[in-house]
Design a protein around this ligand. Structure first.
Ligand code: SF4
Length: 345
């Protein structure tokens, strides 16, 4: 894992994305909104990996699309080196986009089956010709294949001639082509076999050190996120429930949702498994079109009180822990946050 330097390269402030729900064919009128992302703030520091975890539908992939400018935010700011990229357009936006690249979830569908690997990896040079003169591009692609552990002689092969893990290496090579500073990884290994997942994660860690990359690593698998992340943010229904270092989140979680998620993580050691406290959540995740008032987690939280329905908890270091002796100093969006270790060390 890379050493964390405390210089934010990306700052997300009060980011909101609501998708309008409309009715009518000829005269469409808005009847509501899906609140996919609802006031999210976090920082990504230079050289670190920030993991974002949460159940499917919590808004983590929408955050990735907003950072990649594939969706426009409803409100909020995304600052890249202090500049709000949501206000940029044309050349200025293109220049920033070069420094923020993405590795997609599914290596089977994210690569065009009709293009050779050389064309796929070299495609970013068509959009940013200044990154590599035409005559140098084949050599650059060969170099990238070598960097991700693939034989440069495979340059003329097609995606179907590769395994899943190799295809994800191709996707990573494509993400590296423009020498970016930030890579947004949206479930990059979830479509791969467990043994292949480890190889791809190890590759990503090596590349991070070699190219001083910052990763935003989005996944639903808490074990994988812990392995690669310096810090972890836990999302629930469009909001950040808790954010902290990997140790704070995994060993000293204070938000009931994080505690419930961790209690379901498989524990290989049978003794530790027996000692582990299981927290069963009841009820379904509410619809983001009609989220509960106050705390969004309150319909499934065993600690919920009237205050949880009346007041939205802010993401802040819990008052009871602020002055206490101990390792917990990280923000949690819960009125009654308290440390509870659910997975024995
Ligand atoms: S604010 Fe209330 S409902 Fe929300 S997590 Fe905390 S205790 Fe549970």
């Amino acid at each position: 894992m890379a050493e964390t330097a405390r210089e934010p390269i990306l700052e997300v402030r009060h980011l909101v994305k609501h998708f309008p729900l409309t009715r009518g064919v000829l005269f469409k009128r808005q009847v509501g909104a899906v609140k996919a992302v609802d006031d999210i703030s976090f920082e990504l520091f230079r050289g670190e990996t920030l993991g974002i975890v949460g159940e499917s539908g919590c808004g983590k992939s929408t955050v990735a699309k907003l950072l990649m400018n594939l969706e426009q935010p409803t409100s909020g700011e995304i600052l890249y080196k202090g500049e709000d990229i949501t206000k940029l357009s044309g050349r200025a936006l293109k220049a920033v986009r070069r420094n923020i690249q993405m590795v997609f979830q599914d290596p089977y569908t994210s690569l065009n089956p009709r293009m050779t690997v050389g064309d796929i990896i070299g495609e970013p040079f068509e959009i940013h010709p200044e990154a590599a003169p035409k005559g140098d591009r084949r050599a650059k692609v060969r170099e990238l294949l070598d960097v991700v552990g693939l034989n440069p002689e495979y340059i003329n092969r097609y995606p179907h001639q590769f395994s899943g893990g190799q295809r994800q290496r191709i996707g990573i090579a494509r993400g590296l082509a423009l020498n970016p500073e930030i890579i947004i990884c949206d479930e990059p290994v979830s479509a791969l076999d467990v043994s292949v997942q480890a190889q791809v994660i190890n590759l990503m860690e090596r590349l991070q050190d070699e190219f001083e990359l910052s990763y935003l690593f989005i996944a639903h698998d808490l074990s994988i996120v812990r392995h690669i992340s310096d810090r972890v943010g836990v999302m629930y229904l469009g909001r950040m429930a808790e954010i902290g270092t990997d140790r704070e989140i995994y060993e000293h979680p204070t938000h009931p949702y994080t505690q419930a998620l961790l209690s379901a993580v498989p524990v290989p050691d049978p003794e530790a498994r027996d000692r582990r406290e299981r927290i069963i959540l009841h009820g379904d995740v509410p619809s983001p079109a009609n989220p509960p008032s106050g705390c969004r987690f309150r319909t499934r939280c065993w600690k919920a009180e009237q205050r949880c329905a009346d007041e939205t908890p802010l993401l802040a270091v819990p008052e009871v822990l602020r002055d206490a002796e101990g390792p917990v100093r990280h923000p949690s969006a819960c009125h009654f946050a308290e440390e509870r270790t659910v997975v024995p060390a």
